[in-house]
Design a protein around this ligand. Structure first.
Ligand code: F6R
Length: 364
């Protein structure tokens, strides 16, 4: 079933142009500039009554949740944040009837996420799920939701399901935004952006040989940083997570804005940094942080856009196609999957079954 692919992880990231298209299929209402998400089981009045959004998931599903929170805040202007479900469930959380709780899970069987849902429901809260596996425990426990339609994911390291989570957050943000103050013009801009994503993922995957070249020296380092800020920070967190999981190199995500408050002390020729540098309103500040790293001899890889000027810096650059600023994080994440895979491949690791990890964490 692997066909031309040596590993499920590689097969699954190459499936993304098709699986991402499935996340959008039948869900965009171009005429009204909105998303159609009947499975949420929320009418317009219920959606209007939402005062906050709280997103819960574990591991990479939590990092995509952070990406989703940002999309909801930007497009729907509803305060939103993400928290690891594994922490939330143990801290006697305050459950608010005007908050929409969103549980995010590929497997639909993660015990920590399931128990967080139980806690919310016991206290009378409302939960919707972003879930890949149809009929799974989490899907059944939620009041409604959005199925991810990523197809079966076999590799322990999640790829295509995460992309579909991010796309589903784009749809949710659009839907919540359009019953508030998101203009039809902005909504159409987002719809066009979402529709471009499957083809743009394909363009990134076609750079695989070059990304593999960049990955090789990274695999030789004992430790590396992934940095980004604001929209780029969840991308950096997910990039570091994937790198740790399959290459076993220590990788730490940091906000580029926080480097000068401590971690710059670690920068040296032995500690490479992978920087997420989107072409957005923060680009000058991001490029400034790269100069700080370069001045201390730190090797740099920039995952960026063609319009970003890195002159005067010695950096490997990986350019991804430009989309709308709110959606760019979805595409900036794709090269981090390939970096992790090719680093692990260079090291000869068991990529589909990394040591100490299980695909679905059904224990507490
Ligand atoms: C990362 C990874 C894990 C999962 C996490 C949640 O590649 O696979 O961090 O994302 O264990 O799993 P689900 O989404 O099944 O609840």
């Amino acid at each position: 079933e692997l066909g031309e692919f040596a590993h499920h992880m590689r097969k699954e990231y190459w499936e993304q142009p098709a699986s991402a298209a499935r996340a959008l299929k039948g869900r965009l209402e171009e005429r009204f500039g909105t998303a159609r998400l009947d499975g949420l089981n929320l009418d317009a009045r219920a959606k209007r009554a939402i005062r906050r959004v709280k997103i819960l998931g574990c591991g990479s599903s939590y990092y995509v949740g952070q990406m989703g929170a940002q999309m909801i805040e930007e497009l729907a202007r509803i305060p939103a944040d993400a928290e690891p479900a594994s922490e939330f469930r143990y801290r006697n959380p305050i459950i608010d009837p005007e908050t929409l709780y969103v549980a995010v899970s590929q497997s639909g069987e993660t015990a920590d996420t399931l128990f967080a849902i139980d806690e919310i429901k016991r206290k009378g809260g409302q939960v919707v799920g972003l879930v890949n596996v149809v009929g799974s425990s989490i899907a059944r426990a939620c009041d409604g939701g959005i199925y991810l339609h990523a197809g079966p994911e076999v590799a322990v390291a999640s790829t295509k399901a995460l992309t579909n989570m991010a796309l589903s957050f784009g749809l949710l943000a659009l839907d919540l935004g359009r019953i508030r103050d998101l203009s039809i013009a902005d909504a159409k801009r987002i719809i066009d952006g979402l529709q471009a994503i499957p083809g743009q993922i394909d363009e990134i995957l076609r750079q695989e040989d070059r990304i593999a070249e960049v990955a090789k020296p990274l695999s030789a380092s004992a430790s590396l940083f992934f940095v980004g800020r604001v929209r780029g920070f969840p991308v950096a967190r997910e990039g570091a997570q994937k790198f740790k999981e399959v290459s076993y190199c220590h990788a730490e995500a940091y906000q580029s804005s926080e480097l000068k408050h401590g971690p710059l002390a670690l920068i040296s020729a032995q500690l490479p940094t992978v920087a997420i540098v989107p072409d957005d309103e923060l680009v000058q500040r991001n490029v400034g942080a790269l100069h700080e790293i370069a001045a201390r001899g730190g090797p740099l890889v920039a995952i960026t856009h063609a319009g970003v000027d890195l002159s005067g810096l010695t950096a490997e650059r990986i350019d991804v196609p430009k989309n709308e600023v709110e959606l760019d994080p979805i595409l900036l994440t794709i090269p981090t999957q390939l970096l992790a895979y090719h680093a692990a491949l260079a090291l000869g690791h068991d990529i589909d079954k990394p040591r100490n990890l299980a695909k679905s964490v059904t224990v507490e």
